[in-house]
Write a protein that binds this ligand. Structure first.
Ligand code: GLC
Length: 733
């Protein structure tokens, strides 16, 4: 037996070396190919590779150029965005093959949550705390998008945000950098798979670098101002994690960072990303953000914008034409060395090579494959799986939920229950006509639906209350679809007021007065405030925007075919004035809760409506026996263990959360930070011991010089179902 093991070990070592050698051999071949190609390229052709042009639809202002086949055939455009479809991309790639050096185009698009088969918005997916499902969602998006000729998605958006006024929170994973890092990595793995040259994987693009999620006053595109220590501890980790997961590209943000636009920010792009972190991929600007350095009043003109961008390490210019119009002159007059351009070109050509496009430029343009894959049932099943797990149960008094299978009639209230468009949410590539709404899904379940519009989305006025109440009174249960329309969250959708309109809330109040069992569904793209509903409605589910399988997923949760397991990835405030409101706040010198002289409001609670990590289940989970065990494992200081028991009436899943507080440190530290979680499935009556290893990752932080440090001392470890209901145990390092 021993000989067999040693033989297998030798084989394994040989295979590893052979693999590494093959890798080096492939690397050498690629470098040889690219260097040879670059030697043939004119400066104009090199600059063409740094230019990205938009296609059919604009996702920003001033769509400088629509697809220009002529320039493509002259090799003056290196990439297209917002063009998809096997046929359309093939036609454009054919134009690129007319160019002197036949350098293929790369096609990119914002495939943010699914492609033609829509998946829940990323914030909803984050609520699942199911990294496997999140990775699978990105995998499905890549399979469908690559079948439509796309090589590249401008995702994952990994911006941490503590401000629900900012409309783009829907695209991210919420407020926590530890969890946001894990989600970022899951999404990069899902998009890129193990082989970028496979025709069902696409390049990821980590955005928006950096700290775009912290605009002043929650206003999109606004200035970002924070200390380096704050950036390093709360905003930087997901970008770095995504890079560690092998992300192929980054996108520079619109905002300034440390008083310089991110797009021309040498600290971010050259020093941190390409220098310290050793990023070998390429950086694309956000839409027009090179030229927008003029609006930032950081560049006098396009020439200076081009100079600052290329000097800072910005490789590809999206849509604006500063590089195209100025780089050649900047080289000619000796302002910049051509090597700066060569570095950017090389980075881009490497990715085109890794995508297999030099080998076969039409690898992703297979019309038959596109037909076979698009809208296929496995993608829809995966979307429904993800959607069910994204739903968060916020309230369930009188055990109204799950609905009994004997329910014969449902009063279904609210136009969102019928809206395919609104279920898609923002940044959707989905085909709205294929969205199954809640109304349709209920029909498919065979219940009698007594529908009433209830309120008008435009005017937010209650409409025909008598009719609504009549529908309610003739039904066994009431389901009210509330929340936002899809246009209300997303880019350039910041809100000064995130309250659900009064009309919607008043309608719920009127319906609850009937005494019928009422379930409110909150369909939204961000944390919203709905205090009246929160107080009056006996049952509330946050269903976000779940896209193509919204209806079936919501019905499966309503009727208990799936026991909701979601947890909030962002704090839900009680009042707009509390924002930014987040769970990892600091003690301050006058901690809240002490006597009058403490950090608080005189006119409003400082508590959230629902805290980070909050979410109920149809069953109950009890936590007991929290303890610390020593560990002999290398790098593991100890293990924290807790027993979790399903003491309720249903099988279910629980996200067991592990928080850490550093009791004393060389910089001020939060009262708690998520440093571990595990989603476990427990049958009724079942108990599971959950273990959280304590390593440098759980105890460390970045100091003000951005060094990651672990300081000996006392720590409090906390475990529980959310960031507020925790049991604690002390630990000394
Ligand atoms: C938009 C967004 C960015 C997106 C890009 C291309 O303005 O800021 O997230 O990837 O333009 O659509």
């Amino acid at each position: 037996m021993k000989r067999l093991i040693s033989f297998l070990f030798c084989v394994a070592v040989f295979m590893l070396c052979a693999g590494a050698e093959r890798e080096t051999k492939n690397q050498k071949e690629m470098n040889r190919f690219i260097e040879n190609l670059m030697k043939q390229m004119t400066l104009e052709e090199k600059i063409g590779q740094l230019s990205q042009c938009s296609g059919e639809f604009a996702t920003g202002p001033d769509n400088h150029r629509i697809s220009r086949t002529e320039e493509i055939s002259q090799g003056l455009i290196g990439s297209m965005l917002n063009v998809s479809g096997a046929e359309k991309t093939r036609q454009m790639q054919e134009a690129a093959m007319q160019s002197r050096l036949k350098i293929p185009l790369i096609f990119g698009q914002d495939v943010i949550h699914g492609f033609r088969t829509g998946f829940p918005i990323p914030l909803a997916e984050a609520a699942s705390f199911d990294l496997k499902a999140i990775e699978q969602s990105a995998r499905c998006a890549a399979i469908e998008a690559s079948a439509a000729g796309l090589h590249w998605t401008f995702a994952p958006m990994v911006d941490i945000s503590w401000d629900a006024r900012w409309g783009r929170v829907l695209e991210g994973a919420g407020e926590d950098p530890y969890y946001g890092s894990l989600v970022a990595q899951a999404r990069v793995r899902g998009f890129q798979g193990n082989d970028l040259s496979a025709n069902n994987t696409i390049m990821a693009c980590v955005k928006h670098f950096a700290a775009y999620g912290a605009p002043a006053a929650g206003k999109d595109y606004n200035s970002v101002d924070m200390s380096m220590g704050h950036f390093a501890n709360f905003y930087m980790p997901p970008y770095q994690a995504a890079l560690e997961a092998g992300a192929a590209t980054f996108m520079s943000a619109f905002n300034d960072f440390n008083n310089q636009p991110s797009t021309g920010n040498s600290f971010l792009l050259r020093h941190l990303l390409k220098g310290e972190w050793g990023f070998k991929g390429f950086v694309v600007s956000d839409w027009g953000s090179v030229q927008e350095m003029i609006s930032h009043r950081y560049a006098r003109d396009e020439r200076e914008a081009a100079l600052k961008g290329i000097t800072a390490g910005l490789d590809m210019e999206m849509v604006s034409e500063c590089y195209r119009h100025n780089l050649a002159q900047l080289v000619a007059d000796g302002t910049i060395d051509e090597e700066l351009i060569d570095d950017a070109v090389r980075r881009i050509l490497v990715k085109k090579y890794e995508l297999g496009l030099f080998e076969d430029p039409f690898r992703y343009c297979d019309v038959e494959r596109e037909k076979k894959i698009t809208h296929s049932q496995p993608l829809r099943d995966a979307s429904r799986h993800m959607a069910e797990r994204s739903i968060v149960l916020l309230k369930n008094e009188q055990n109204i939920l799950p609905l009994s299978p004997n329910i014969k009639s449902v009063a279904l209230i609210g136009p969102l229950s019928k809206s395919q468009k609104d279920m898609c949410g923002a940044w959707s590539c989905a085909d709205p006509s294929r969205v199954i709404t809640l109304y349709e899904a209920m029909q498919q379940r065979g219940v009698t639906i007594n529908y009433s519009e209830g309120y008008d989305l435009e005017s937010d006025k209650i409409v025909d209350l008598p009719h609504t109440l009549a529908q309610v009174n003739r039904s066994d249960v009431v389901v009210i679809a509330m929340g936002e329309e899809a246009w209300e969250s997303g880019e350039m959708r910041s809100k000064a007021d995130i309250n659900i309109p009064a009309g919607q809330q008043q309608l719920v109040e009127e319906i609850v007065k009937t005494g019928k069992p009422v379930v409110v569904l909150m369909m939204c793209g961000r944390p919203v405030i709905f205090n009246t509903i929160r107080e009056k409605a006996p049952a509330i589910l946050c269903t976000w925007w779940l896209s193509s399988e919204a209806g079936p997923a919501i019905c499966n949760v309503l009727w208990g075919d799936y026991n909701p397991s979601g947890k909030l990835p962002m704090t839900f405030p009680q009042h707009i004035g509390q924002i930014p409101l987040y769970y990892q706040y600091k003690s301050t010198g006058r901690p809240a809760g002490q006597d009058v002289w403490c950090t608080k409001y005189i006119d409003q609670s400082d508590q959230p409506a629902y805290p980070f990590g909050y979410g109920l289940s149809y069953t109950r989970f009890d936590y007991s026996n929290l303890r610390i065990e020593k560990s002999s494992e290398e790098g593991v200081y100890a293990n924290v263990l807790v027993d979790v028991t399903n003491t309720g009436r249903y099988d279910g899943e629980e996200v067991v959360q592990f928080y850490v507080r550093d009791e004393y440190a060389s910089i001020t530290r939060p009262v708690k930070e998520l440093r571990g979680f595990e989603k476990i499935a427990l049958k009724r009556g079942e108990t599971r011991t959950v273990k959280f290893p304590v390593t440098d990752k759980q105890l460390g932080f970045y100091d003000n010089q951005m060094n990651y440090v672990v300081e000996p001392g006392d720590f409090t470890f906390m475990v529980g179902p959310n960031s507020q209901e925790v049991q604690s145990v002390l630990f000394t390092l």
